[in-house]
Unconditional design. Structure first.
Length: 245
């Protein structure tokens, strides 16, 4: 849409300039292709393939072997200049030709939104800013990209676990055995204490029954008469009082 508008504006300027008999000017400049772009170009796709057009093709010129170009018959006013190349990208340029004879021509990077961009030197010095990509470049083989793949990471982790588990199993068994021995020792010590307490009670009870030792305070014992089926005798001691029943 912007190109069509610029072309119509240029046609109107030419018509108005012709009607008023104004003197037409020219646009001059040079195209250069840096080495970083030239080394990837075929032999027939260098400067010989470039073309300079003004106002959508209203004016046109081909650069020389050195890249110089000149477009004559350009009326006064703003113009839209493009460098067309099948493989290289050039920034469009807004050229403002002077209305008065002997005036100074100015040029800017064309901005479709604001009209003027960065100011350029005149005569123009134009160079490509990029290259067209018609095909997607094939990615080179990269072993690291395979290793970073999530399924590959999961597989490597599983293999590592399978390899390390047999080595860790004896350590785990030894730790488990030591823990069980410690628990057994704690339980054995508690059982020995209980056995000693039980033995002490039995000794005191036997000593009381044989008359060799006084019975402990507030302790009640029931002694069976044996297998003869006789009456059971219970003795209770509390505060030095003895009762038989």
């Amino acid at each position: 849409m912007a190109r069509l508008f610029n072309a119509l504006a240029a046609l109107a300027a030419v018509a108005a300039g012709t009607a008023r008999g104004e003197e037409l000017g020219q646009i001059r400049g040079r195209i250069s292709i840096p080495q970083k772009f030239a080394q990837g170009l075929p032999a027939d796709q260098g400067l010989i393939a470039a073309k300079v057009i003004v106002d959508g093709g209203l004016h046109m010129a081909l650069p020389t072997s050195d890249g110089y170009f000149s477009i004559s018959g350009v009326p006064a006013g703003p113009h839209y200049l493009q460098v067309v190349h099948p493989m290289l990208v050039f920034d469009p340029v807004r050229v403002e030709a002077p209305e008065a004879a002997g005036g100074k021509t100015t040029a800017y990077i064309a901005d479709l939104e604001y009209g003027r961009g960065s100011k350029l030197k005149y005569p123009l010095g134009l160079a490509p800013v990029g290259a067209y990509k018609y095909f997607e470049e094939r990615q080179e083989f990269n072993l690291w990209s395979i290793v970073k793949n999530p399924p590959m990471l999961i597989g490597l982790f599983s293999c590592g676990v399978m390899f390390l588990m047999p080595k860790l199993q004896p350590m785990l068994e030894e730790e488990k055995r030591l823990r069980m021995e410690q628990e057994a020792m704690r339980e054995g010590g508690a059982g020995a204490v209980r056995d000693r307490q039980q033995a002490g009670r039995s000794e005191r009870l036997r000593g009381y029954q044989g008359g060799s030792a006084p019975a402990p305070r507030d302790e009640v014992r029931r002694v069976s008469s044996g297998a003869s089926g006789g009456p059971a005798v219970s003795r209770a001691y509390s505060g030095g009082c003895v009762g038989l029943g």
